[in-house]
Design a protein around this ligand. Structure first.
Ligand code: SAH
Length: 361
């Protein structure tokens, strides 16, 4: 029996075990993928849940060195959907029985922004008769603002820590108060204390990132007891400062493989959480998200941003599906999930089982 099979049979994992799983290749890698798939089926079943993703604005106060919509990128055409457009996108998700939506945007810390989100949450709940679950992904905010949105009806929040290696965190962000590792961590704690199903994640294959860093990221998810994870490959964007390190990155296929290994390893480590197959996987491989589902992910976030704006929410280049309208996505997704041996949980919220377990103790 190989060392990898031995590790796969353990019930707990050290940083070095996780590092070995992330480094495995060939037959060993296939064993890891198979184990991810098996554990997912046992613990969460083969259902895949949809979250209709509405990227409602690319206006951002931050200047992250990796991100295409960073404040300093002057070549981005900035947009902000109207309330009507957002409500119509939410109605579309409800009609498609997607179960829930994710409202995502660049970061904005104004009172007007906070109040607008509160009002949108209320309206979406009302127009769907409480059917649609609402996940927010609008960055770092104050505790009272997070609470205001929770009380209005949002029940899940995604805030990627991006990397848990603080030295690396500093290399990929400007050094100022707006980009502070501890503040981001505090936000995650606040979200959980308020009662949100809390999600985080990291980028995989960042310049200067090691396998050991990624193993540590996985341990962080476990120690924090996170409910949901969304993580995907880092993809370079030519209008960002990190682009100059493009020759030092893992080759794109290796980055893709590593992202799949991260998903499978996380599934083995945290058996009952929700794991999203990130859109960035599909930017590399046309079947990327389905491959993510096959090795352990159980969530897909179909983009339901109105077609007109999709080309302006380019966190990275070569983003898939930017020329499509939302209605085109649905038929495509049905077929894709069937190919990944999954079944779609239509009309269900598909809450994190991990969250249920920790809140009903
Ligand atoms: N303003 C929100 C949403 C940010 S965009 C927030 O701060 O949480 C969502 C995610 O896209 C980011 O958290 C980051 O992990 C990812 N992302 C940004 N640039 C990327 C790139 N170049 N490659 C891959 N993922 C990227």
């Amino acid at each position: 029996m190989s060392n990898i099979s031995e590790i796969l049979n353990q019930s707990s994992f050290s940083r070095s075990d996780l590092g070995q799983l992330l480094r495995c290749e060939g037959e060993d890698m296939l064993c890891l993928f198979e184990q991810g798939r098996r554990i997912k089926e046992i613990y969460t079943g083969n259902k895949v849940y949809f979250r209709g993703l509405i990227e409602f604005s690319n206006i951002c106060v931050k200047d992250c060195f990796y991100c295409g919509i960073r404040r300093s990128n002057r070549s981005v055409q900035r947009y902000n959907l109207t309330d009507h457009e957002i409500l119509e996108a939410a109605r579309f998700a409800d009609e498609c029985k997607f179960g829930s939506i994710v409202l995502q945007s660049g970061e904005n810390n104004s009172v007007a922004f906070a109040d607008r989100i509160t009002s949108l949450i209320r309206q979406i709940k009302e127009q769907s008769n409480g059917r649609l679950g609402i996940t927010l992904s609008v960055g770092e905010q104050s505790e009272p603002v997070y609470r205001q949105w929770f009380e209005a009806g949002a029940h899940r929040y995604l805030l990627r820590i991006e990397t848990t290696n603080q030295t690396l965190f500093h290399k990929i962000h400007p050094q100022n108060q707006l980009h502070d590792f501890n503040r981001r961590l505090d936000c995650l704690h606040a979200l959980r204390a308020i009662g949100y199903q809390t999600g985080t994640g990291v980028m995989i294959g960042l310049p200067f990132q090691t396998m050991d860093d990624l193993a540590q990221d996985l341990l962080f998810f476990e120690q924090f007891g996170i409910d949901m994870v969304g993580m995907g490959p880092y993809l370079e964007h030519s209008k960002t400062p990190l682009y100059k390190f493009r020759n030092e990155l893992l080759p794109i296929q290796k980055r893709f493989e590593l992202a799949l290994k991260m998903i499978a390893t996380l599934r083995i480590l945290m058996k009952d959480i929700n794991i999203a197959a990130a859109t960035a996987l599909q930017a590399i491989d046309p079947m990327g998200r389905e491959k993510g589902i096959k090795v352990g992910a159980n969530i897909i976030m179909p983009n339901i941003t109105p077609g007109l704006y999709r080309n302006d929410y380019l966190l990275y280049e070569n983003k898939p599906c930017v020329d499509e309208e939302p209605a085109q996505c649905k038929g495509c997704l049905d077929a894709r999930i069937a190919m990944a041996d999954g079944e779609i949980g239509y009309g269900e919220w598909g809450d994190s089982l991990h969250f249920k377990a920790r809140t009903t103790k």
